[in-house]
Design a protein around this ligand. Structure first.
Ligand code: PLP
Length: 400
């Protein structure tokens, strides 16, 4: 089908909850995507940090093919090997407690909120401005963005919002606090790195009041910042993390992983989902996790990240670059959505805007130095032309 035909179907039949750019992708391999006319694109977005190993990584494809031909679903009424092995691997590679598998990032945060509330009945959850934790009601209640929350009120009670600053976090936590839920690096609001002071303040406040410190590593985890989990580069160890996005190597999965203290809070019947930890998705995640936890890959991420950040900083119209590893954004003095559109349509470079002036780059972790330079050249061409209008004042906050 042509793009025009797809757009007609969308207009007629798809609930209009997404604003799509006018490109139809039909194939992907490694760092490349192809549209319906055979044009090749350099992907510096990775489907929003999902295809971190590149598109259709052969080891992930093989794991999926193999498991699909063997058993696709049995339900959590029974044992299947991939789910048990995946949980064990996730725990070994992080906090040493236990894991709960689910189907998405929002679901992982729902599980985290439920677990924290069960551990401290009726307790509050403290979140920070700029956070994004997902679109389901619990996760949305933890996502303090007016444009995303307002149409869907009333939200879940018991959420407190503070500035992502040490004093504010320390002041917000008391004996009624069940959890502090944070992204160590905020993704959807434009790649904002929370300071070590901030994370340390949250850690000590949680320790002082018996609250759970939960890091949402859905976007910044899975190798994105140059270590398997972002918390490894910070001064603190959380009590639990949530993961999703890149965890399935391109397929949908989420996980809540705890340290020992929270490992046995939930009991049979407390929580669950029909598809959670299904054999195909768990086999895909085992393959993705094995590839992503390779120290040579993670070292490459750190090195390529520095190269990309330095290159971005030299481009015209770039005011500031922020982020860590291959999770980067640059702040422009011109319209980011317009730059993103021109990069896609004229330079065949896939990136994304997280607001009126921020361009976010989330290249696959397997990206080469030459591809970084290529992307910088393509983006540079768009910015050089730079005659596009100044950004309009943000109407509805960051998109995501
Ligand atoms: C994407 C994202 C989510 C939501 O994940 P879904 O799979 O879209 O539900 C939650 N938290 C963060 C930090 C994210 O980037």
């Amino acid at each position: 089908m042509t793009l025009a035909e797809l757009q007609a179907l969308e207009r007629a039949s798809v609930i209009p909850s997404y604003a799509r750019l006018p490109v139809e992708f039909v194939r992907g391999a490694g760092t490349r995507l192809w549209d319906d006319e055979g044009n090749e694109y350099l992907d510096f977005l990775s489907g929003i940090s999902v295809t971190n190993l590149g598109h259709c990584h052969p080891r992930v494809v093989e794991a999926v093919r193999d498991q699909t031909g063997r058993l696709m679903h049995a339900s959590n009424l029974f044992y299947t090997e991939p789910a048990m092995r995946l949980a064990a691997r996730l725990v070994d590679l992080s906090l040493g407690g236990k894991a709960y598998l689910c189907n998405s990032g929002a679901e992982a945060n729902e599980a985290a909120i439920k677990l924290a509330r069960k551990a401290k009945p009726a307790g509050d959850v403290v979140v920070v401005h700029g956070a994004f934790h997902g679109r389901t009601y619990g996760a949305l209640s933890a996502t303090p963005q007016e444009s995303k929350q307002a149409p869907f009120a009333p939200l879940l009670p018991g959420f407190r919002v503070v500035a992502p600053e040490p004093e504010a976090l320390a002041g917000a936590v008391d004996e009624r606090t069940a959890a502090v839920l944070l992204e160590p690096i905020q993704g959807e609001s434009g790649v904002n790195v929370l300071s070590d002071d901030c994370l340390r303040a949250a850690r000590s406040a949680c320790d002082a009041h018996g609250a759970a410190l939960i890091f949402d590593e859905i976007q910044c985890g899975m190798g994105r910042t140059g270590t398997l989990w972002a918390y490894e580069q910070s001064a603190v160890r959380p009590d639990a993390i949530t993961a999703a996005k890149a965890l399935g190597g391109g397929l949908p999965i989420g996980a809540l992983i705890t340290g020992e203290r929270l490992a046995d809070v939930l009991s049979p019947g407390d929580h669950g989902s029909t598809f959670a930890g299904g054999p195909v998705i768990a086999a895909a995640a085992l393959a993705a996790l094995a590839l992503t936890s390779d120290e040579r890959l993670l070292e490459d991420v750190r090195e390529r990240g520095l190269r990309l950040a330095a290159g971005l900083q030299r481009l015209p119209h770039v005011l500031r670059t922020r982020g860590r590893g291959l999770m980067l954004a640059c702040e422009l003095d011109i319209s980011a959505p317009e730059v993103v559109r021109q990069a896609l349509l004229e330079q065949r470079l896939v990136v994304n805007a997280t607001g009126p002036t921020a361009v976010r780059l989330l290249p696959p972790l397997i990206v080469s130095a030459a591809e970084i330079d290529d992307a910088l050249a393509r983006l540079g061409t768009v910015l050089q032309a730079g005659a596009m209008e100044r950004p309009r004042q943000a109407a509805g906050g960051p998109s995501g």
